[in-house]
Structure formats: structure tokens, C-alpha cells
Write a protein of this length. Structure first.
Length: 768
């Protein structure tokens, strides 16, 4: 299934979107009448492909315009022809459109305004506010001074207006070589912001431009061009990242000292920093040019093009940008948060198929040779509103994953082993009888018997701990599967003077041959699938061809990276800082942002530090906790079930047939006293095996907790009458017999007795 552009996406369906400081500014401007129409802009320089950091800016600027029914301009800051290419501009347009945004007629270029900017530069010279400087680049740097020392005036600062105008015109006409002259504003050489010490406005570049040809030999500097472009286009809120905060003084100077049609203002927000990633175009270009990756759209790259090719959806990226919010302080976002958003979207988008990445043959000796059954397998087995299925041929010989079998399994190995039973997904229960090995001792075939009365997903009450996937031996398609992982090994690559290329993860790409069920035979490149129990996969739009299919692993079913990465430093222990209402317990050293979330969870919900630490340390787990909490408000009970049951089950099963809504409903049943904790665990076990709504399971099996006092009193009287010696011993002081009576009552009630009410009745009847 391909991505649909008209889907209701997570960020669009989220009600009561949180505001941010920029929205607050816009709200105030609209309320005061300062602005009646909101105009923003996204102004990339076409010198590389956009990355996920740009996606945040795109979503913010276009999102604000959409929210306030205004306009967002797409503008190319094409003032440096030495690094700009048409390819980059076209890729930027494709990325913005793919993310779901349109600029309509509002496509602009800095080069549209070159003549107008030049005229304003001449006006600055005439007003005595700009001059042509002939210092070299090194001299300009030296004359500028330091943070602690004021700069010196250029010896060319007092050139006459006529001389400056002539020099500027000759610069434009190409009469001087690069580096001989620049146009500078007359700032303040003692200004605390060193950018204001006679900033550069124009430099000589003897380079043709892809839009203006050879018409110009000088090009405006960003700090001069950018505010003018905003003013020409009547931009109301010029939003950029924090590294441009010191440029705001120049921005305001240019606006104040030129005759422009509007007075835009610049606002800064925190850029997106993502761990295990570099977000510098220069470094990304180095990865491409040195051959560390296969182009800008390599699925390991943080470029929008790379993520699109890997199988990330535009809805997931918009959702991610919405979730991380807009702040004033820089911080680093965990990559797992992005992957969570991708999983969340693909869960309802990607139909399920079975694939085997490391195959071993399984022969069902009791199944008739030559017989073929067409099994109807749902495409969305856990999403009832979604329809659709595919036919999977089943025969005597199939392939299973090699690690789904162990000759000498450890305790709680719920897959296939000698003498052990498993269910083949959508098919039969099979039992291993023997294996065949080659001369080197490697298993080449696993032989089984099957129970012919167990066809289907859950046609029998027999409890089978494990279900494994398979593909038919003859009909399975051999495909190429590209297993992508983090591009870098270090959480913060490229820091300092290190060669960031040496920090690359050598296992970031592994290409293997795999087997997939025949349902994908007529696949269209650019389609999404969930390979059951494996992860989400995307048919490569460039390399996948009919008869030669290539699938990219988009993301696994759950985050396993944090468990596989070796800590860079030894883990230390420390006490949590004193916080009101937080228990003081020894915990392992945590990153500051994780520690802050952990403390907030303890403060808000009163849960233990161990549970809070588990929740805070993994973005997927934290989000699952919050989603469960939205259904059941008992935070302590929810935290206990997420930590003790859900996380434990995830260690055994990569894919669970229920989600946060179902777990929340189950915990709610406990919280309301509808079922006991023990009954809940029985229900949870069935949910883990075959899914389903907890309330329906409880009703079907008659598991509603007995809370009628008269009924429980009758049961207690019966137990006491049948055990007079134990009653006498209890009343004689053997209080440890409380457990005996509790157990007897639970036995008689089938485990449904309300334990709190039983305790109360025991106290009343036996004097406990």
C-alpha cells in the first residue's frame, strides 16, 4: 500500500494543539491590530538537500500560515552561485510538496530582487551609511577587534560618496577581481555584537548565476539580502533558528536604514538536534562526496529525500515536528521519538505479510504430499475497521526463521524446539519430532507433525505459548532486503575536531536475500508493508523492479538500539536530587533530559523511581504509558502494568496483537473492581495470544469479579464449615492461616472473589 495524501494524520487529528511562544506573539499581534494577514516564509539556500531539521522549519512556517489562514512563501536564497545548483532547488520543491504543503503563486528568489537591492545599496552610500572597503579578508578580521577589545576604523571608511558609487558600479561590471573590494555598512566598531562592526553587504564573485547569467559580478551577503526580501514580500513574522539570534541586530539595521514597504520582525526558535545524526549540510555533503553513502537520498541519511526513500511517511514527520514542539532553548531529541511516530503511522497504513530473513526449511511429515491449501490471512489482523486479506498457499514444506528454533532452548523459550509445539501463523499447530543436519552440524531441515484439527487463528482452547511466521517453500519470492540502522555509532557525532566520518556505524546497511509470501508479487515500487514480527518495510522506489524486488527496512517493530549500544562511559550511581514528593532512591546515571522526565513522572503521578526510570528512558515506552493513561486515570496502576506486564511481554514477542487502548481498558476494569488482579493476568494472557477487547473476553468467559457481600459471606461460611480445625487454630492466634482461607475462597469462587471485600469479611468473621 502506498502513502495516501488525503489521510487524516496524527498531528491533524490531535485536538487542542498546544500553543507555543510564536503563536502567542502572533495571537497578540492579531488582537492588537498590528497585523490582519499573517505571512511567513521558508527561505532555503539551494546548496544541498533538505534534512529533518529543515522539516521542522517547513512544518512551522507553513503550519502557522495554514493555522492563521495566511500565506507562506517559498523563497530560494540564491545569493551564492558558487555552491548552488538547480538540482538542489528542484529537490527542495519536491520535499516541501511531499510534506504536504503548497506555496501556490508565492515562489520567490533572492535573485528576483538583485536590481532593487543594488539600488538600496547605492542609497545607503548616498546617505553616508555604507562604503567600499579595500582591506583584505584577513585585515578586515583583524580590524574588527575581539569580544573584549573594540575594533578599528577602516582606512577606506571616509571615501567620498562619488568614489564609493563609482567603485561599486565598477565592482558590478567586473572590473575588479574577487577579494579586492567589499561594500560595508557603517556600523559601530565598539558594538558588543561583533557582527555590527561594519558588516559586509556585498562581495565580488566572478561567477555566473543560473537565473541571472553573467549580469552580476557582485552578490549581496545574507545579512543584507534576507531582511530586504522579507520587507519586499511583506513578511510579518520572519522565523529562524537560534544561531541567527546575533544577526537580528543587522536585520533591524537594514530594515531601519532603507526605504522598504514593510517592517518585518525576526523571531528565533530552537533548531532540531537529533542524536546519532549530523545536521550540517557541509558534513552531509562530505558523506556524499567521499562515498560514505550512496547519494543524498541514501535511506541512512537524515535528508527528507533519504527518509522518504527509506519509507518514512510525510504524516509521521509532521507528527514528529508537532510532538517536539517549538522552544527557545536548544536541546537534543532522541531518534527513537522519530521512529515512534513512523511506527504509529505505518501501523494503520501498512498491510501485513510474512517474510523470512534467515530461512530454514520446516517439513510437516504428517501433512499430505502434494496438497495445497489457500489460507485467508487478514491484511490488518488487529485493526477491525480495516478490511482486506490475501491468500497464502500452505503446503507440506515451508520456511521459518532460523532463530525461531532451538535444539536446547532456555527456560521460557516459546518458539519451536524438540518435542515443543507452536502455531504456524494462520495455519496449524505443529510439534517438532527431529532435525536433519549437514556434515558441519548445521541444521538444514526441521521435521514436525501437525494437528489437523487446529487450522485457523484460534479455533481451539488449547493454550499454545508461541506463534511463528512462515512462507511456502515453492511459492515464496526471493527478494533483496536492505537492513538499515543508525548511520553513526556515537550519540553526538562530529563534535570538536574529530573526523566525524570515522564515527560511522559499519553496520548501518546490511543487504540480504530473503523470502516473502507471494502476495507481494505484483508490488508497486513505493509500497508499505509490515513484515510480521520483523518490522515495517518499503519497496525501494528506485531499485525495486517487477521480478527483482528490493525492500528497505523502514523501522523495526520496537526500539532495540538503546539495548545494543555500549555506553561510552562507565555507568555510575548517584542519589536523586532532593525534590518534594519524590522518593530518594539510588539510580543509574541518566542524561539530564531523561532525569528531568523521570522526576516529573514521580512528581506528577507518585510512581516509584524504578518505574519512572523505565518510562523516561525510552520514548516509545513513555508514549505507550501516556496513551494508556488516557484510557485509565490510575497512573500508579497503569505504570505497574506497563512496566511489569507489557514490557516483559515485549521481550518475548516483537509484535503484540493489542495496543495502549486495550491495556488501558484492562487496567480500568481492575481499577473499577470489575475483575481482580489475578483474573486480569488471565485476560492479559489471552490478549497476548490472540488480541481482543478485555471487556469482551471478561464477558465471554464470565470472569466478572464477585463483589456481592451476601454471596461472598455464603462462600466464607461454607469454607469455615468445611475447615473447623483451621478456624480454631486461626482464632487461637495462627494468623498465617489468612492465606489459607483466602486461597479456599478464591478456589470456590473460581478466582473471581473481590480480594479487598474478602479481607474485610475474614476480619469480621474470624476476628482478623
Amino acid at each position: 500500500m502506498t502513502e495516501a495524501d488525503d489521510r487524516t494524520t496524527p498531528e491533524e487529528s490531535r485536538e487542542n494543539k498546544p500553543t507555543n511562544f510564536i503563536r502567542s506573539i502572533i495571537d497578540a499581534d492579531l488582537a492588537s491590530g498590528k497585523h490582519t494577514v499573517i505571512r511567513t516564509r521558508f527561505p532555503p539556500e539551494p546548496n544541498g538537500y533538505l534534512h529533518i531539521g529543515h522539516a521542522k522549519s517547513i512544518c512551522l512556517n507553513f503550519g502557522l500560515a495554514k493555522h492563521y489562514q495566511g500565506q507562506c512563501h517559498l523563497r530560494f536564497d540564491d545569493t551564492n552561485p558558487t555552491a548552488e545548483e538547480v538540482e538542489y532547488a528542484e529537490s527542495i520543491k519536491a520535499d516541501v510538496k511531499w510534506l504536504g504543503f503548497e506555496w501556490n503563486e508565492h515562489l520567490y528568489h533572492a535573485s528576483d530582487y538583485f536590481e532593487r537591492m543594488y539600488g538600496l545599496a547605492q542609497d545607503l552610500i548616498r546617505a553616508g551609511k555604507a562604503y567600499v572597503c579595500s582591506l583584505s579578508e584577513e585585515e578586515i578580521r583583524s580590524y574588527r577587534g575581539t569580544v573584549k577589545e573594540a575594533g578599528r576604523l577602516s582606512p577606506y571608511r571616509d571615501r567620498s560618496v562619488e568614489e564609493n558609487l563609482t567603485l561599486l558600479e565598477d565592482m558590478r561590471l567586473g572590473k575588479y577581481s574577487e577579494g579586492t573590494h567589499v561594500l560595508r555598512a557603517k556600523g559601530d566598531m565598539a558594538h558588543p555584537n561583533m557582527k555590527m562592526r561594519d558588516p559586509l553587504l556585498y562581495r565580488i564573485l566572478r561567477m555566473p548565476h543560473d537565473r541571472t547569467g553573467a549580469a552580476w559580478n557582485i552578490y549581496p551577503m545574507y545579512d543584507y539580502a534576507h531582511p530586504l526580501e522579507d520587507a519586499f514580500e511583506h513578511i510579518t513574522h520572519s522565523i529562524c533558528t537560534l544561531e541567527f539570534e546575533n544577526n537580528r541586530d543587522i536585520y533591524n539595521w537594514v530594515i531601519s536604514n532603507t526605504q522598504v514597504p514593510s517592517q518585518p520582525r525576526q523571531y528565533e526558535f530552537a533548531r532540531l538536534n537529533l542524536n546519532y545524526t549530523v545536521m550540517s549540510k557541509r558534513k552531509l555533503l562530505k558523506l556524499v562526496s567521499q562515498g560514505h553513502v550512496n547519494g543524498w537520498d541514501d535511506p541512512r541519511m537524515p535528508t527528507i529525500a533519504g527518509m522518504r526513500r527509506r519509507g518514512y511517511t510525510s504524516a509521521a514527520i509532521r507528527d514528529f515536528c508537532e510532538r517536539i514542539g517549538v522552544a527557545k532553548a536548544n536541546s537534543t531529541v532522541d531518534f527513537s521519538m522519530l521512529e515512534f511516530c513512523v511506527r504509529d503511522d505505518l501501523n494503520s497504513l501498512a498491510p501485513r505479510v510474512m517474510a523470512i530473513l534467515d530461512p530454514v526449511k520446516l517439513v510437516i511429515d504428517t501433512y499430505p504430499e502434494g496438497k495445497i491449501e489457500e489460507l485467508d490471512a487478514p491484511s490488518f489482523p488487529h485493526d477491525v475497521p480495516k478490511e482486506g486479506s490475501r491468500m497464502v498457499p500452505f503446503r507440506r514444506e515451508v520456511y521459518i526463521e532460523r532463530d525461531d528454533f532451538m535444539e536446547n532452548p532456555p527456560k521460557k523459550f516459546f518458539r519451536l524446539a524438540p518435542g515443543q509445539e507452536v502455531r504456524l501463523r494462520y495455519a496449524y499447530i505443529v510439534k517438532c519430532t527431529h532435525v536433519i543436519k549437514d556434515d558441519a552440524g548445521n541444521i538444514t531441515e526441521i521435521h514436525c507433525s501437525h494437528d489437523p484439527n487446529t487450522l485457523g487463528q484460534n479455533p481451539t482452547d488449547r493454550k499454545i505459548a508461541g506463534t511463528i511466521h512462515w512462507v511456502p517453500a515453492e511459492e515464496a519470492l526471493e527478494v533483496e532486503v536492505r537492513l538499515y540502522d543508525r548511520l553513526f555509532n556515537l550519540e553526538n557525532p562530529g563534535v570538536g575536531d574529530t573526523d566525524f566520518a570515522s564515527e560511522l556505524n559499519p553496520s548501518s546497511l546490511k543487504s540480504i536475500k530473503a523470502l516473502v509470501e507471494p502476495a507481494v508479487k505484483n508490488d508497486s515500487p513505493g509500497s508499505y508493508y509490515q513484515f510480521e514480527r520483523q518490522g515495517y518495510y518499503f519497496s525501494d522506489p528506485k531499485d525495486s523492479k517487477p521480478g527483482s524486488l528490493v525492500f528497505n527496512r523502514t523501522v523495526g517493530l520496537r526500539d532495540s538500539w538503546s539495548k545494543s549500544v555500549t555506553p561510552e562511559k562507565p555507568v555510575a550511581s548517584k542519589k536523586l536530587p532532593k525534590e518534594p514528593g519524590i522518593r530518594q532512591e539510588v539510580v543509574r546515571e541518566l542524561a539530564p533530559d531523561v532525569l528531568a522526565v523521570m522526576q516529573q513522572l514521580q512528581s506528577d503521578y507518585g510512581i516509584s523511581s524504578g518505574e519512572a526510570q523505565n518510562l523516561a528512558s525510552n520514548a516509545t515506552t513513555l508514549q505507550f504509558f501516556k496513551d494508556t493513561l488516557a484510557v485509565c486515570a490510575n497512573a500508579r496502576l497503569v505504570a505497574a502494568w506497563v512496566n511489569n506486564e507489557w514490557l516483559h511481554l515485549l521481550k518475548e514477542k516483537a509484535e503484540l496483537p493489542f495496543g495502549a487502548a486495550e491495556l488501558g481498558e484492562l487496567v480500568n476494569l481492575i481499577d473499577k473492581g470489575t475483575i481482580s488482579g489475578n483474573i486480569a493476568k488471565e485476560v492479559f494472557g489471552q490478549m497476548a495470544e490472540s488480541g481482543g477487547k478485555p471487556s469482551a473476553i471478561v464477558a465471554e468467559k464470565g470472569l466478572v469479579q464477585v463483589s456481592d457481600q451476601d454471596v461472598l459471606t455464603g462462600i466464607l461460611d461454607k469454607v469455615m464449615a468445611e475447615n473447623p480445625d483451621e478456624v480454631a487454630r486461626f482464632r487461637g492466634g495462627e494468623k498465617k492461616l489468612t492465606g489459607f482461607f483466602m486461597g479456599q475462597i478464591m478456589k470456590v469462587s473460581g478466582g473471581k472473589a473481590n480480594p479487598k471485600l474478602v479481607q474485610k469479611l475474614l476480619g469480621e468473621k474470624l476476628g482478623n
